[in-house]
Write a protein that binds this ligand. Sequence first.
Ligand code: MOS
Length: 736
Amino acid sequence: MTQPVTGKGLDRVDARLKVTGKASYSAEVAVANVAHAVIVSATTGKGRIKPIEIGAAAKVPGVLAVLTHQNAPKPPGADEPRKNAQDRLLQFLQDDEIRYDGQPIALVVADTLERARHAAGLVRPEYDVEKPVLSIEAELDRAYAPKDTPRGPSDKKVGDFDAAFAKAAVRVDGTYTMAPENHNPMEMHATIAVWQGDDKLTLYDTTQGGFIVRQKLAALFRLKPENVRVISRYLGGGFGCKGSPWSHVPLAVMAAKVTGRPVKLVLTRQQMFYFVGHRPRTLQRVALGAERDGTLSAIRHDLTGWTSRFDEFVEPSAAWTRPMYACGNVSTSHRLVRLDVATPTFMRAPGAASGSFAMETALDELSYALKMDPLELRLKNYAEKDPDTGRPFSSKELRACYRQAAERFGWARRKAEPRANREGTWLVGWGMASAAYPAHQRESSAAARVRADGTAVVQAGTHDIGTGAYTIMAQIAADALGLPFDKVRFELGDTTLPNAPLAAGSQTSASVGSAVKLACEAARSMIVSAAVADPRSPLFGARPEDVATDTGTLVSKKDVGKKDTYAAVVERRGREIVSTIENKDVKSREAYACHAFGAQFCEVKVDEATCEIRVTRAVGAFAGGKVLNVKTARSQLLGGMVWGIGLALLEQTVRDARDGRVVTRELQDYHLPVNSDVPALDVILVPEDDPHVSQVGAKGLGEIGITGMGAAIGNAIFHATGKRVRELPITLDRLL
Ligand code: MOS
């Protein structure tokens, strides 16, 4: 038998296309006669738009339309009730209200981008300005409990926190805050909207979920979903902001309708900070009670986050804590405060990147209060089963993660005392934290087509958001079909392909990968059945179970001289073998708690005089079930850890308190880690066999890499300096 390719660190099949510019991103798709649209954004954070004078813009040569709330058409489904959270994401010029800074207030369409931009600059709206409310702290008495979070109920209580906390021998209690952040994928959001007649629409859209875009736009414009086609073949990063359509999508569709031409709308980098989602600002209170020996007796984790006035998103940070540690008294809650901000959304490891910061920092504080090693403390409270649901874990190699990362890092040599390590003017500190992210699997479809040339095309309407899905799916398909890797091509990113879930939540490998595997296994059986039923095949009359398949050939197990090939079987049949499956079997794991786990260890150096902070080493060990491609898996984890450095030390979207304007609206102001901020990072992939979690055995590794990093770095800073900063990002002014 040929060696399986699943798991191997194969290069991305789309790498060459991307680096040579041959992969067409949404904004680059060549569409004939395309017009260009530019959004005019509000330049204040709250108020009413006075009547907009559009004459100067409309007179610019080449301008085809200038839309404002005064003349924009109303999409026929605009008033349909939208009840679910995040259903009112879209603002498309329907009224004069400004709800947040940067909101679209006009749209200029012209024959060239330059003319559209020039004309957009001539739209100079005036406002009746109101003062936006932007402070969670000022509105705390109006905080409300959302019905639900993306990770279960808002509030949950196990045991009796209050009684246990009151009796605890050692207690810590702190409030941890995190700045709002913006996703900032390299590729800006973009849409090209093309109408075919009045009832058919094609969108080339930067999205992680073509089927979601289809559903929302079909409802808004009252089209049959099958008449809306969404294509998104390559994505320059998603991270959650491309998980749902934002205002620019209906605006492009409206503009195409009004002008009778295809319309391309690409956001500017500034607009990436306005209306395409962000991680909300959050306050988290964590209180922990423990016995003298470190046994946790009480855990409380409460989150308060902001949302917009018109829609709801909850960062499910307290839910992160629920499955983490063995403790009988756990109280968790989520509250929201409505402010004059755009609606936040899922951002890489929603709830987990933030929740782990608060919880894992509080544990670090507890370790000092107990005079106990932070790793020891976590091992002392290791959860053998899920304390939240009582279910067994489908698998959990967290102990191995702790051990391997600690060994690689040299944790055993750590001096317990803060400020005990110095190199010249640098204070050196070591910190650690646990990492975790839930393993989701959703229903997904896939199709496998085996062709007369002996190659296969495998399809699912999923997306490769930079994770390597193109490659990983082809690896799974090759092994399941019994074909060499280079004979298999995977197609994605089109709603004409079999339905697949949102490429988010670290669920694509498990969901789509499992569907691909099952579709390909079924196709392989169909080839065998076709061969043994075909009088022209040397295998005619054999029992299917007596036929072995490998590298595109069929061989009789009874008589190795009897052979056939996939190509010949399909050729004689006269048409492709097509197997399409809908994998609904995603419930078998409901008996288990399914999570990927990991451990993060970091070293920082802090200059004693200037408080300059450098992350100098980091080791992360992760167990996420079966690894489908060691190279792309490692890349995801590295990327997550790099982002964790940004989350801990750099990233914050700053608003002007006077008028709500986002002031960090360029990458020169919104700081991301650059090469000099990132040391050599060490990623350990801990083997984990999980028979329950999904048909491919994978849990998903797209988000766990960022979790725990905020705390591990903050804990290392405390160890270096003896100063605890409970606010992210930990900038040097907060440390001084
Ligand atoms: Mo991710 S925040 O689930 O795209």
